[in-house]
Design a protein around this ligand. Sequence first.
Ligand SMILES: [Zn+2]
Length: 163
Amino acid sequence: MFRPDPKPEKKPKVTQFKAIQRRKSKKPMDISTPKKKPVKTVNKRLIDECDKLFSIIVRQSGMNDMGINKCYTCGYPDYWSNLECGHFLSRRHFTTRWDFNNARPQCTNCNVGLSGNIEIYEKKLKTEIGGQVVDELKNKARKRFTYDLRDILLNLKQIAKCG
Ligand SMILES: [Zn+2]
């Protein structure tokens, strides 16, 4: 009873469904096209490498012979690798992400707990490098990132060697 009646109706339904399925199955394939993925992976790897090296240089900068450095904003002394690389302007600004004027060693409490302890950070930074340089840094942060990550990494590697 069921079969003969809905048959003519079912046919277009099935083909329609198939068409939708095909369209649906195409979408995720377009997102993960093999062309896009490697580029993103390379960028992520390069960003991670730059971050890692930059962080080591910043945290070791100014440490004593025992490897002890101080938190820039509260003065807490700790072994350099226990300190964090605290950015004055957020890391989301790629133009200043690896700028040495924009990062200092910080304890976890200042960097994470106090969200960078920014008021003291800015005061100290202005005293250290000058208000004009701090303003230039802020302007630089607003600019579009046009550098080549490979150049940044090469530069960091050279600085790490010399230091
Ligand atoms: Zn601190």
